[in-house]
Design a protein around this ligand. Structure first.
Ligand SMILES: Cc1cc2nc3c(=O)[nH]c(=O)nc-3n(C[C@H](O)[C@H](O)[C@H](O)COP(=O)(O)OP(=O)(O)OC[C@H]3O[C@@H](n4cnc5c(N)ncnc54)[C@H](O)[C@@H]3O)c2cc1C
Length: 319
């Protein structure tokens, strides 16, 4: 086939798009201003869960497809992906919002714990097994796999997608917050997330999540990630000591076994939020946009990437 595709952006959206394209025989060059670990995708927790994407109807099938792809990756421990127990909790005294997230779950993958199995402090717990993506392992792994399959990685800030599109059969725009300037799109906004990092736990521990607060505890190999915040329109990628102290206090009072862990750091990341993900062809051009995944970039990634592939196939067939 040997059709040439340019991907702009080396986060999970860009690299998952490149993955689908390369595996279908396209020749891919990936241009990016920055690479892992210096991108938002590294700052994700990152587990599979639909977060602030529920008004985009396409998100259900994208999430389910990504779930399948990560489940395949989890068969190989070197990918940094594993299938992990998630406890979606409702703390005592808190009303449960409508559990719309259930429609995203693969059928049969979720149960409500009987009262006798409830842990102290929670009035309801759902249990599911979901992909946990250790970004610090998975993103370098994915980049190395793409390179081995012939993808060229070029450090370059793109300032004009149309200009780039003259040299390629198609261009995929996965620049996240960068798309605000690149496409004059005011609909994509930063939503800051701050997290604290605790020393890693020994043995196997579940992920805890209360997505309404938001509160999440993610036991990774490098750290226990304690989240978090959801701060719309805050574009400063810095943590606030008082916020980090509050997150640690909340986490250790909800899960007392965490009191044994040391605070080893913190970070902030800027989610590229858009009310609806922009995944479409630009009219009368060979540009496909794939940005605005907010707090669900990993959850949506490979599903969106498959739609990117379909749009590219249509473009190529139309030429
Ligand atoms: C604290 C936190 C926790 C999170 N937890 C989860 C989670 O558990 N599960 C989940 O699914 N999601 C989670 N997310 C969301 C997830 O991190 C994002 O949705 C995802 O990283 C977005 O990926 P992306 O590739 O679109 O963007 P990015 O990772 O931001 O990548 C954008 C890329 O585009 C490049 N770029 C930008 N402008 C240009 C330009 N003009 N030219 C060239 N390159 C350019 C950048 O350098 C970068 O390489 C979390 C986010 C945060 C902040």
């Amino acid at each position: 086939m040997n059709k040439k595709i340019a991907v702009a952006g080396a986060g999970i959206s860009g690299m998952s798009s490149a993955w689908m394209l390369v595996n279908s025989g396209y020749s891919v060059t990936l241009f990016s201003k920055a690479f892992s670990p210096n991108i938002t995708s590294n700052k994700a927790a990152a587990f599979w869960f639909p977060y602030h994407v529920r008004n985009d109807k396409r998100a259900v099938s994208w999430s389910l497809r990504s779930f399948e792809v990560y489940k395949e990756f989890a068969l190989d421990a070197t990918t940094g992906v594993n299938m992990h127990l998630l406890k979606k909790v409702i703390p005592y005294g808190q009303n449960e919002s409508e559990p719309l997230w259930l429609q995203f779950m693969p059928p049969g993958n979720c149960r409500i714990l009987p009262v006798e199995e409830l842990e102290k402090g929670f009035s309801k717990i759902y249990e599911a097994t979901v992909p946990l993506i250790e970004t610090q392992i998975f993103l370098p792994w994915l980049q190395a796999q793409l390179e081995a399959k012939g993808t060229k990685f070029v450090q370059k800030e793109i300032s004009d997608l149309e200009k780039l599109s003259n040299d390629f059969d198609a261009v995929i725009n996965c620049t996240a917050l960068g798309a605000g300037k690149l496409c004059s799109d005011e609909a994509v906004i930063p939503v800051r997330g701050q997290v604290a990092l605790l020393s890693p736990l020994q043995g196997s521990h579940p992920i805890y999540l209360d997505n309404d607060t938001p509160f999440y505890i993610v036991p990774r190999k490098d750290a226990v990630i304690v989240g978090g915040t959801y701060e719309e329109h805050v574009g400063i990628e810095e943590t606030e000591p008082a916020t980090i102290a509050r997150l640690v206090k909340n986490a250790t009072s909800a899960l007392p076994h965490l009191k044994e862990q040391q605070v080893i750091g913190s970070w902030a990341g800027l989610r590229p939020y858009r009310k609806e993900v922009r995944l479409e062809k630009e009219p009368n051009s060979n540009i496909v946009h794939n940005y605005g995944h907010g707090g669900s970039g990993f959850t949506l990634s490979f599903g969106c990437a498959e739609t990117v592939l379909e749009l590219v196939n249509e473009l190529i067939a139309g030429n």
